[in-house]
Design a protein around this ligand. Structure first.
Ligand code: PDD
Length: 286
């Protein structure tokens, strides 16, 4: 089935959708994005993603392409038109184009460009990878200093995934000044003696929407949480580890740099948090 996508006010078959070759997202990675998951044909944490999108736009002085209500309507319409029961919606806003390449931002009033498309992923919640757990490698974090803004500068994260793949692993965790920042496309956690440890929010990491929900649910379940810097060696000595993201929810980690965690299968806290998160998300989905 050909996907129906959304481009600047129009719903079109994917092969008819067009953006300018001068679009600043294309030429300068001058664009921000969001990925929202869909379960049971409904949006997970739409509000959180809409608020973070607004923040990303504000931090970059980029105009907003439309209201939150309009965004919600576009998301819902794409889910319906593409018959998505489980999957993802990708949204990208770029600073648009004034018809040429120029480092200087285009004149005020230049409309931003808004693109959304769906990714159909049946079995996203029941992902077999989550039952096996992920193997990760650690690599240096050489990304820019504003990782709290969700920009489309994803070359290095993409290279990190390829480095992991080459090493026979699933993903990479990024290290800066001896401490883990986050995964290539997820937030990172380890668990030792029942305590969940994760890096505190700052400009160094993306403020994950799944992170916020999972930490809230962990707290409600009386789990102990510590937000602090941590090293990869601490994570290697942990009882278990996991990542969170809108695309993989809570993903257990079973190996770091060749070191097996626990008995090499997903740990009880990661498994429990995945269950609670999915259950709660389904209840609150809109
Ligand atoms: N990535 N950290 C980074 C660097 C990310 O790219 C992501 C999400 C996260 C988790 O954020 P959230 O819980 O809001 O999804 C953390 C998305 C899923 C992606 O690029 O596909």
């Amino acid at each position: 089935m050909t996907r129906t996508v959304y481009v600047n006010g129009e719903y079109l078959p994917e092969d008819e959708a067009k953006v300018s070759i001068f679009d600043r997202g294309f030429l300068f990675a001058d664009a921000v994005y969001e990925v929202t998951s869909v379960l049971d044909g409904k949006l997970i944490d739409f509000e959180g993603h809409a608020v973070r999108l607004d923040r990303s736009l504000n931090e970059l002085d980029m105009p907003s392409p439309c209201s939150k209500d309009e965004l919600l309507e576009i998301h819902r319409k794409l889910v319906e038109l593409n018959g998505i029961e489980e999957g993802l919606i990708y949204l990208q806003v770029s600073r648009g184009s004034d018809g040429d390449r120029d480092f200087v931002f285009p004149a005020e009033g230049t409309p931003p460009s808004l693109v959304l498309f769906t990714q159909n992923k049946p079995g996203l919640a029941d992902n077999p990878a989550a039952k096996k757990g992920a193997k990760i490698i650690s690599i240096e974090d050489i990304r820019w200093g504003r990782r709290d803004i969700k920009t489309v500068q994803l070359l290095y994260p993409s290279m990190g995934k390829m480095m992991a793949k080459k090493a026979g692993c699933d993903d990479a965790w990024l290290i800066e000044d001896g401490h883990v920042t986050e995964g290539t496309s997820n937030n990172a956690y380890f668990v030792k003696n029942g305590k969940i440890v994760t890096r505190p929010l700052s400009n160094d990491i993306l403020h994950g929407i799944t992170r916020a929900a999972v930490l809230r649910l962990a707290e409600e379940a009386q789990m102990e949480i510590e937000e602090r810097l941590f090293t990869i060696d601490e994570a290697k000595e942990a009882d278990e580890a996991f990542t969170t993201s809108a695309s993989a929810f809570v993903m257990p980690v079973v190996e770091i740099d060749g070191v097996q965690l626990g008995d090499g299968t997903p740990g009880p806290i990661a498994k429990r948090l995945r269950e609670i998160y999915l259950e709660e998300s389904r209840k609150k989905a809109i």
